[in-house]
Design a protein around this ligand. Structure first.
Ligand SMILES: [Zn+2]
Length: 285
């Protein structure tokens, strides 16, 4: 078997809406479509990120098994529970797999599975999360073997959360980008600051410098035309710049939402934009 990869995508999931007027204006609140990527070579395999609900993680495990391989490693790109609570089900299906992450990101991952945070995540997905969430262990170094090949882990700092990273497989000209790059999907900017947004722009530069052709985003619109790396990085750079400019000019959440929706009309999960607008500009109308 030669080096290749495949992507598992889950559709947007309904969540309880908490932003005034969203359901009336747009429709039910949703969590964005999310990916997990399997990279295989010579009987070795690496799974990158593993979703959040028990059901989708079980479906992911069955999908991995259908590829006739056992992942030796599961790498988690960043400390957001929607990319790793599925680990419990994945490890039940593949007990030999080693769950790993950047050493500096592990404390934040442990915080994500603390009772307080699990209550928050349980509010989004009531009755759907694993009872015994687990956190990955620190990765030794920055290389993960995949059969006869290897992937490199690149730390890129703060994006939509601190201690983000991407996985680079040079022989495939592939980057698996976690939440550093979004594919035709609104980017998570709730809780962001001018500093965190500038850091995110620098992270995009770091990914661009890898000059990969293919990029798998952690959140990928099912209607996205392709996984072209340069297009996605360019679109995310523009989204951040447009958001910064629109935020500056918008005294109210509604104005920020209008400006961003006009500039980026067809992106998946507009609820993400509404949450950011109300978080950053209060409830002023
Ligand atoms: Zn995410």
């Amino acid at each position: 078997m030669s080096l290749d990869f495949d992507v598992f995508v889950v559709d947007p999931k309904p969540i309880p809406g908490a932003v005034p007027g969203f359901e009336e204006a747009v429709g039910p609140a949703t969590w964005p479509p999310t990916t997990s990527t399997l990279i295989r070579d010579d009987g070795g395999a690496l799974l990158v990120d593993c979703l959040i609900t028990e059901r989708e993680a079980r479906e992911l495990a069955a999908w991995v098994k259908s590829h006739d391989c056992e992942p030796a490693y599961v790498y988690i790109t960043h400390p957001h529970a929607d990319h790793f609570l599925g680990l419990t089900e994945i490890l039940a299906a593949f007990p030999e797999a080693r769950p790993v992450a950047l050493a500096e990101s592990v404390p934040a991952m442990q915080e994500q599975i603390s009772p307080a945070y699990m209550q928050v995540w349980g509010g989004f997905f009531p009755g759907q999360l694993p009872g015994k969430p687990v956190s990955p262990a620190p990765l030794d170094g920055t290389t993960i073997p995949i059969g006869g090949s290897a992937a490199s882990v690149i730390p890129v700092g703060t994006t939509d959360t601190g201690h983000s990273s991407v996985v680079h497989v040079p022989r495939l000209s592939l980057v698996v980008a976690g939440d550093v790059v979004y594919n035709r999907t609104h980017m998570w900017l709730a809780g962001s600051t001018p500093g965190s947004r500038a850091s995110w722009a620098r992270a995009l530069d770091a990914v661009a410098a890898l000059e990969a052709d293919t990029l798998i985003a952690g959140h990928r619109n099912p209607l996205a035309a392709d996984d072209d790396a340069r297009r996605q990085i360019g679109e995310c750079r523009r989204y951040l710049a447009d958001f910064e400019a629109a935020l500056e000019r918008s005294p109210t959440p509604a104005e920020l939402i209008d400006r961003m929706t006009a500039a980026h009309p067809d992106l998946a999960n507009p609820y993400t934009l509404w949450v950011a607008a109300y978080d950053l500009l209060g409830t002023r109308t």
